[in-house]
Write a protein that binds this ligand. Structure first.
Ligand code: SAH
Length: 480
């Protein structure tokens, strides 16, 4: 059986991917625009007030430098990104028709036979037998890659597997003089040379093309969001959040599967895997772990960190420069953070670790998935649903009888206040009702507790949004 996306589907996919790339590429301009705004306000001060705050122009200069460092990381990441689809096809990507303005999770087009989310990593697939390949052929280096980027298509049998690699980037990504720029100019020139990097194959025109697009500020916000997620998943600063959110989950998995065999490790799916740290930790614990994620923003970044980092602490970013609010000091705001805190490839993963791009509902609501997972772990994921009942039904379908579902996270329904013209579906249940639905689908509560935590919070901010989130383990009843 072979299925290819139609030209229309492909065009929409290219368009949405270009838009996401544009957001990354416009990060620097949007950040610069903010700094100009600060400067305009400063210029309006009286001379006496300016004197009082004479350090601020220096701070703005310093922020510009930080932006250039962040930009260098983003450009390096984009250089390593291997689009799953031929990007140089003629698609009018400058035409923002509003589809991409919707929050993540909205179908790209109702007319598609196999709906593709605008942020979905729904690669161009060629499916034959049980092997699903990405569009681009394999190259020589994948064996060095830590994860395989699994991709599935709705209703198709079999799993993936293939990986992304950056073998066509001539310039090594760890070029030291670029990594730690000593001034703005040097960093800026690194940025330029990366944009026009001498790439062998294929030509990366799509980077240039995407950079010309005008993009809504909401898209740039998503890039800033990714930067915050890097802190959560891949830095020492994020350790506290990971201890609060991921550690109890890992403890539960360890307790529930005490005698894990290396020969036949239990399997665990992590829907809404974000930047992949939890899925990696589960893999290191001795599970065949698969993360599932539908945002290209996330997938581009997780692929880079998982597959392309050479050493712990290889990269430095300034994640907190984008807001002046609730800051205790300028030093706090302008502090650098290095990442990743561990070298993923040396972390000790279990064979079979993969990241699967696509909408959880599309990918796993499938016959072939029935009763295949020993464990499903959801962390800050349930409330991303349009229809949480559907999520729970699918989780119940894919967990083996006697298998477990560990969930942690609040119920801050993502579509609860989407008042757009599309009248997005959003079923918003209380915790009590969520559990009732789970029991209906054959789950039994084993453990339940409350976790107090934040989500991608700046630990040194005066404002901390705290969640008191349920953590539970449910077991799927054995069929008699
Ligand atoms: N588990 C991670 C990320 C939580 S945020 C953590 O704890 O840090 C929720 C994630 O789910 C986001 O990365 C979002 O892109 C992803 N997501 C939302 N809806 C999804 C869907 N239908 N299928 C797959 N991933 C989805």
């Amino acid at each position: 059986m072979a299925r290819r996306y139609s030209r229309q589907e492909e065009a929409l996919e290219i368009k949405s991917l270009r838009r996401i790339l544009s957001a990354y590429l416009n990060y620097s301009d949007a950040a610069e625009e903010d700094v100009r705004r600060y400067e305009r306000s400063f210029a309006k001060l009286s001379p006496a007030h300016k004197d009082l705050l004479s350090h601020l122009p220096v701070k703005y200069k310093r922020i510009r430098w930080c932006i250039s460092v962040n930009t260098f990381f983003i450009m390096s990441m984009l250089q390593a990104f291997e689009p799953p689809i031929e990007m140089n096809q003629g698609v009018n990507f400058d035409d923002h028709d509003g589809q991409g303005d919707t929050v993540e999770g909205h179908p790209l087009s109702a007319t598609l036979s196999n709906p593709i989310d605008k942020d979905v990593c729904s690669e161009q697939l060629t499916i034959s037998g049980s092997h699903v390949s990405m569009h681009r052929p394999l190259h020589g280096k994948e064996e060095n890659n830590l994860i395989n980027h699994a991709t599935r298509s709705n209703g198709k049998e079999g799993t993936h597997i293939e990986s992304c690699c950056n073998e066509y980037v001539d310039r090594p990504l760890t070029d030291d003089h670029c990594k730690e720029p000593c001034d703005c100019h040097q960093s800026a020139s690194c940025h330029d040379s990366l944009t026009n990097a001498n790439v062998s194959s294929p030509p990366r025109d799509w980077l240039d093309m995407s950079s010309r697009a005008n993009i809504p500020l909401a898209d740039v916000d998503k890039v800033r969001c990714i930067i915050r997620n890097i802190i959560r998943d891949w830095t020492i600063e994020g350790q506290r959040e990971r201890d609060q959110c991921y550690k109890p989950i890992l403890k539960e998995l360890d307790r529930l599967f005490p005698s894990r065999s290396k020969e036949r490790p239990p399997s665990c799916l992590v829907p809404g895997a974000g930047l992949g740290r939890l899925a990696l930790e589960i893999s290191c614990l001795g599970f065949v772990s698969q993360g599932n994620e539908f945002s290209y923003y996330m997938m581009i970044c997780s692929s880079f960190i998982l597959n392309h980092t050479q050493a712990a602490g290889e990269w430095t970013i300034y994640p907190w420069i984008h807001g002046n609010c609730n800051s205790l000091s300028d030093i706090d705001q302008l502090r650098p953070v290095s990442f990743p805190d561990i070298h993923p490839a040396s972390a000790g993963i279990t064979e079979g670790f993969s990241m699967c791009g696509g909408d959880f509902v599309e990918v796993y609501n499938d016959e072939s998935q029935k009763g295949t997972w020993d464990a499903v772990v959801t962390c800050f994921f349930l409330d991303t649903a349009h229809n949480i009942v559907e999520y729970i039904e699918i989780i119940s379908n894919i967990v083996k009888d006697g298998g477990v579902w560990i969930n942690m996270g609040p119920l801050l329904y993502h579509f609860a206040d989407s008042y757009g013209p599309d009248d997005e579906m959003s079923v918003e249940l209380s915790l009590e009702d969520v559990k009732k639905v789970a029991f209906h689908y054959g789950f039994e509560l084993e453990v339940e507790t409350t976790i107090e935590t934040t989500y991608s919070a700046n630990p040194r901010s005066m404002m901390q949004n705290r969640y008191f989130a349920p953590l539970w383990t449910m077991k799927k009843k054995q069929k008699p």
